[in-house]
Ligand binder design. Structure first.
Ligand code: UFG
Length: 331
């Protein structure tokens, strides 16, 4: 297949590009490098540019006959979205609309979309299945839900089939150690704990110990980046081979939650093998954090045949730790 990966120089996109390239597909990466890194775009052909640039999209779609598009480029910080909603509606909604319109003009009808658990808002029940109400509580989640909605209308009107994958907590790194998570600023739990262990930051702060969970810290469903990407590959194959059509959406997680304290304990176990340790500090709750977010991923398993290969927490952390050590050497 020939695939356009928008946002292919970012954390998730770069792993996806590697997986597609390794499977023998031809990949063009479009990334404006605002949060991506050209060092991560080591597979495929990198085009530096933006999905807001209609002329650039037109020339790319004229030059290549894409079988499908995977779209990872987005602003994705919940806190920032509360302060700068316009950035989220423009970057996520408007730019995705631009991309979809170009796809329609060029009759490219297969689209895989990075959606999020943030479209559900405060959980009414867990684990969260696809029937759970979608009531986002921040502009980030709202922007992604608007795109899911647009995709339904683009299917009805133009026959553009799509799969929206609603990620829970993406984590881990390329098992070969070549790629990994790089956010500036970093806000995600696992890289922050690992940075505290490697000495790149002084400590890790636990955001609240008074949640209604067993140890009082928040529970999340951590899914290895390789497993996340394999679901995208299956989704695109299903659309291209005509096994699926419509505007489909699946929740993507392991279906098992770990608390912040369990994550810190697991990291401590892994890094102690290298003689490292970390300082843990107590902090206030972070506004907008639900106590528990766990996916019910039954549907994606049933319908796409997805099976996670790296669900073991220690493996996730070992891969992320290998990357943190490599990245420290990089910096
Ligand atoms: N946490 C800490 N200390 C930190 C950082 C995080 O205790 O320094 C806690 C958070 O409070 C939360 C858990 O660790 O309970 C996980 O936090 P992350 O920031 O790693 O991930 P989130 O669950 O907040 O975010 C994820 C995705 C977002 C998405 C969101 C939707 O990474 O992109 O789920 O709810 F928007």
């Amino acid at each position: 297949m020939q695939v356009l990966v928008v946002g292919g120089a970012g954390y998730i996109g770069s792993h996806m590009v590697k997986q597609l390239s390794r499977a023998g597909h031809s990949v063009v990466v479009l990334d404006n490098l605002s949060t991506g890194f050209c060092e991560l775009a080591c597979y495929g052909e990198l085009v530096v540019g933006d999905s807001a640039d209609t002329a650039l999209l037109e020339s790319l779609f004229s030059k290549h006959k894409f079988d499908g598009v995977m779209h990872f480029a987005a602003a994705s910080l919940v806190g920032e979205s509360m302060q700068h909603p316009g950035k989220y509606y423009r970057n996520n909604v408007v730019n995705t609309l631009n991309l979809l319109e170009v796809m329609v003009r060029h009759e490219v009808n297969h689209f895989i979309f990075s959606s999020t658990a943030a479209t559900f808002g405060e959980p009414v029940y867990v684990p969260i299945d696809e029937a759970h109400p979608q009531q986002p509580i921040n502009p980030y989640g709202a922007s992604k839900l608007m795109i899911e909605r647009m995709l339904q209308d683009f299917y009805s009107a133009h026959g553009l089939s799509s799969v929206s994958l609603r990620y829970f907590n993406a984590c881990g790194a390329d098992p070969e150690g070549e790629l990994g998570e790089c956010h500036e600023p970093e806000t995600h739990l696992i890289p922050l704990i690992l940075q505290a262990a490697s000495g790149r930051r002084e400590s890790i702060t636990v955001f609240g110990r008074d949640y209604a969970t067993e140890d009082g810290t928040c529970i999340r469903d951590y899914i290895h980046i390789e497993d996340l990407c394999s679901a995208h590959a299956l989704a695109l194959e299903a659309l291209v081979q005509g096994k699926k059509q419509g505007a489909l959406a699946y929740n993507l997680g392991n279906g098992h939650g770990y608390s912040v304290q369990q994550m810190i304990d697991a990291v401590q176990r892994v890094v102690s093998e290298d003689g490292c340790s970390l300082i843990v500090e107590e902090g206030a709750r972070r506004p907008g954090d639900p106590a528990t977010l766990v996916a019910d991923a039954t549907l994606v398993k049933q319908e796409l045949g997805w099976q996670p290969q790296y669900a073991m927490l220690d493996i996730i952390i070992r891969h992320a730790w290998a990357w943190e050590k490599r990245r420290n050497a990089w910096l």
